[in-house]
Design a protein around this ligand. Structure first.
Ligand code: SER
Length: 583
């Protein structure tokens, strides 16, 4: 079964079970500075899992583009991926264990045709925070899974939380038995030998973890996630995701072009290229910090392996074309952005090749020195220097070192990087204190304009208009807000005029620090209350706006210039989007 068929079957199945299909959120979270990329389907839904009403109701389903980078260095083996698609369904205080399990079972066995005997499941064994989940096991038995294929594990296996804190709970995982012989008499779903493959995870999210303590949420939620690539692999009867229709055309093309074949390198190229395409398509650009640096690493590592395969780098454009073609059924939007995607990736490849050429001499010197010294390990300092002076990513140095039969002390490298980061973080804080924020001047202006627009829309439309997201570059601002209708020309003009009036009044922008609850009591506006620490900063603009915000902002609105709305459009259901500029 092809990936697109699995996705369509999934969404249709849950639609038939009264779920609303919601669109995938972008891979780059719009409102959540706490994470670099969307890592799970539940992530954009956190406010709703915590109790906020979702405009589409209490039963939702979607496919979500996800990126997880913790295993980036494992890519090249037969299973690890950075980018993947997660199919999910949610109950926001609606159904719970019984219905969730019965739907999952029905979907796997009836819709996907997986024989019941191939399915094993796991449940939470219980501990001091949460009792043993016998109800889940009962539900599985009722659905048709016999006791001997129901396993109980502790928090390490059967508890799900995104990161350290937030909504969480016991989960139940479904495993597919590949039919391989057990690795030992004790072989179980928790074993990594490859006999059992995890296919679906249903989290019964009824707890909130905060400051290390668990409390009950106001509602019982279900959050499920099914990995599309893995399911495609199983249903196509393949050993690895790279043998499925999602990767096969690229893997074959690379093999055809390679003068020196190496399967791990081909997998790295295919995987990193797909991830890079998806990130660029959602607006990501290579840089030296945060998500931009992840993208840079992906493209650079991919380029390194194209080199290793001895593939002519001028072929990259054709390889991207084929990749977009291969993904077109799943992500039709890629075709429209093809030239942009190619430009960004090829530019970064070119930059990296220059870096490589510049740094190679230095690298050879380091290698010669170490070999002359009769040592076998490159010091962290050398790697750090290659990074600082020549832009050599440490992973690249490590790969090159290994190819030269040398080892690298990555712990030492990590330590040096951490020290460096702490120093530069301190540096930008110092700068900020001096009134020169790390952010550019235009971004700061747009940031203040965002608060003005938020206040203006509340006056022009109504008090229930709230910010749903924002995105700022040096060229423009984008502002998403809750509103049930397309703005009329009059409304747009009124909002624009009001912002310009406040700019001409040269209102003072002030900041104070207060307790979160006091800030809320004082009527300060905020987007996701639970995302803020207990101590918050509140920015006020004259008497017209007061918002929880980390800043930075201009000191007086007069600095902003002239504000102009250039576009107003739908963003998602019940959410409108304004693009505006300062001229
Ligand atoms: N949030 C859970 C996961 O990522 C289920 O979707 O596995």
């Amino acid at each position: 079964m092809k990936a697109i068929e699995i996705r369509n079957k999934y969404l249709n199945f849950f639609k038939q079970h009264n779920h609303k299909v919601i669109p995938s959120a972008p891979l780059i979270p719009e409102n959540d500075p706490s994470v670099l990329f969307t890592t799970a389907g539940m992530q954009p839904l956190v406010p709703y899992l915590l109790g906020q009403k979702h405009p589409e109701g209490t039963r939702l389903t979607d496919f979500q583009k996800c990126l997880r980078t913790n295993d980036i260095d494992e890519v090249g083996d037969n299973r690890h991926l950075t980018y993947f698609e997660m199919l999910g369904n949610w109950s926001l205080g609606d159904y719970f264990k019984e219905e969730s399990i019965s739907m999952s079972y029905e979907f796997l066995t009836k819709e996907l045709g997986i024989p019941s005997e191939k399915i094993s499941v796991t449940c939470f064994a219980g501990d001091e925070d949460c009792p043993r989940d016998t109800l889940t096991a009962e539900c599985w038995k009722k659905a048709g899974i016999p006791e001997e294929r129901i396993y109980y594990y502790g928090k390490d296996d059967n508890w799900w939380i995104a990161g350290e804190e937030g909504p969480c709970g016991p989960d139940t995982e479904m495993f597919y038995d590949t039919g391989k012989p057990p690795c030992s008499p004790d072989c179980q779903p928790s074993c990594n030998c490859g006999k059992y493959v995890e296919i679906w995870n249903n989290v019964f999210m009824e707890y909130l973890k905060k400051d290390g303590k668990y409390t009950k949420l106001s509602q019982k939620n279900v959050d499920t996630g099914l990995g599309l690539e893995r399911m495609t692999m199983l249903l196509e009867g393949k050993e690895t995701p790279f043998d499925t229709e999602i990767f096969k055309p690229i893997m074959d093309k690379l093999q055809g072009l390679a003068k020196k074949d190496d399967i791990a390198s081909r997998r790295i190229v295919a995987e990193h290229l797909r991830a890079s395409i998806m990130i660029v398509s959602d607006g990501g650009r290579p840089s030296n910090i945060d998500r931009g640096y992840i993208l840079r690493r992906l493209i650079r590592r991919m380029t390194r392996h194209l080199n290793k395969l001895e593939i002519d780098l001028n072929e990259l454009g054709n390889i991207i074309d084929l990749n977009i073609e291969t993904l077109k059924e799943l992500y039709p939007e890629l075709s429209q952005k093809k030239s942009e995607i190619k430009e960004v990736i090829i530019n970064e490849k070119d930059k990296f090749m220059k870096t490589l050429m510049r740094g190679e001499r230095e690298f050879s010197k380091v290698i010669t020195r170490i070999k002359n010294e009769g040592k076998d390990t490159i010091k962290g300092e050398d790697i750090f220097k290659l990074y600082e002076t020549y832009g050599f990513p440490p992973e690249v140095t490590r790969d090159l070192a290994e190819e030269n039969g040398l080892k690298v002390n990555m712990d030492e490298v990590d330590k040096l990087f951490k020290e460096h980061q702490d120093k530069s973080r301190l540096g930008s804080e110092q700068k900020f204190k001096g009134g020169l924020a790390g952010t550019g001047e235009m971004e700061i202006k747009y940031h203040t304009a965002t608060h003005l627009l938020n206040a203006a829309l509340k006056e022009v439309i109504n008090k229930d208009v709230h910010q749903k997201g924002s995105n700022i570059t040096a060229e423009r601002m984008r502002f998403d807000f809750s509103c049930d209708h397309k703005l009329t020309d009059d409304e747009k003009k009124e909002a624009e005029d009001l912002v310009n009036k406040w700019i001409s009044e040269d209102l003072q922008v002030t900041v104070e620090t207060m307790k979160k609850e006091d800030a809320i009591k004082s009527g300060a506006e905020c987007m996701f209350i639970e995302k803020y620490p207990d101590e918050v900063t509140v920015y006020s603009i004259g008497t017209i706006s007061k918002e929880l915000c980390g800043g930075p902002h201009v000191k007086h609105t007069g600095e902003l210039g002239h504000f102009k709305i250039i576009k107003e459009e739908a963003s998602s259901s019940g959410v409108r989007r304004i693009k505006a500029i300062l001229e």
